[in-house]
Design a protein around this ligand. Structure first.
Ligand code: SAM
Length: 279
């Protein structure tokens, strides 16, 4: 018996179903159920919420989410080898776990859930940033989800919470902090995973604000920050010149010196520039 449910220990699950970790799928599993319960708790109160989990693997975090009281968990997993282990969990929590086999980049799992919705995941490193950007940039706000509690490589977590002026500040910080409250809630050493990755990991908790901090069109802002940080050492008047023939004037109207560099510019001014470009 494990600490939090009547299912077999995860090491046994992995052995029974032959779940040797595949690097191509970003598989670094969490096998300590106390730890997965802690991550589930970092998502806040789960009772009464639907949870989307991307990449459940053998189901350690899934078990934590169910044991912590999630109303329903929808788990989207690309690796078909994991399905029997996940079905076993579904059997232990009747009617509360739905497993969807597929690529989280191809399906729209949020459409299967009812609010309030929380997203909780130990994300595969190769698709984590792409998924985060999609969750952050729907056209309208607030989004269908209430919060995102996501495990990333520590370096990515630092980029999400970074402030202007530092090396980690970039597209992710602007898009995340524009519309969310963000904080790093936990750090984990490589040994917490099987197999251990090369780097440390961290869990970031993002809470959707009722409305963005500053008005801007999500598509325009995304374009601005992509261009600005693509050539981060260049002055903004040259990295952004492709966006408008009048970029110097627009930068000045947005309170940005045309000779400044992207990493010095606060979220507020990027939003002002996006408004200038859209008007
Ligand atoms: N949640 C499990 C845990 O914490 O032990 C596994 C986490 S592991 C870092 C990432 C998981 O995402 C793997 O199970 C992998 O098969 C799955 N995965 C990788 N790419 C995926 C994709 N595009 N869509 C859905 N799942 C994916």
């Amino acid at each position: 018996m494990s600490g939090i449910d009547s299912l077999p220990p995860l090491r046994e699950v992995i052995a029974t179903h032959g779940l040797s970790a595949r690097k191509s799928l970003g598989q670094n599993f969490l096998l300590d159920l106390n730890l997965t319960a802690k991550i589930a708790r970092a998502a806040g109160e789960l009772g009464g919420a639907d949870v989307l989990e991307v990449g459940p693997g053998p189901g350690g975090l899934t078990r934590g989410l169910l044991a912590e009281g999630a109303r329903k968990v929808l788990a989207v997993e690309k690796d078909a080898r994991c399905l029997p282990a996940l079905q076993q969990i579904a059997g232990a929590y009747p009617g509360r776990l739905e497993v969807l086999q597929g690529d989280a980049l191809e399906v729209d799992p949020l459409a299967h859930l009812s609010p309030p919705i929380k997203v909780v995941a130990n994300l595969p490193y190769n698709v984590g940033t792409e998924l985060l950007v999609r969750w952050l940039t729907p056209r309208t706000w607030p989004p269908v989800w209430q919060s995102l509690t996501l495990m990333f490589q520590k370096e990515v977590a630092q980029r999400i919470v970074a402030q202007p002026g530092g090396k980690a500040y970039g597209r992710l910080a602007v898009l995340a902090q524009w519309r969310c409250e963000v904080r790093v809630v936990m750090e984990l050493p490589p040994e917490a995973f099987t197999p251990p990755p090369k780097v440390r990991s961290a869990v970031v908790h993002l809470t959707a604000l009722p409305e963005p901090r500053y008005p801007a069109d999500a598509g325009t802002l995304s374009k601005v920050v992509a261009a600005a940080f693509n050539q981060r050492r260049k002055m903004l008047r040259s990295s952004l010149k492709g966006l408008s023939p009048h970029i110097e004037t627009l930068l000045e109207n947005a309170g940005i010196a045309p000779t400044s560099r992207a990493e010095e510019i606060p979220v507020e001014n990027f939003c002002a520039l996006a408004r200038q470009l859209a008007s």
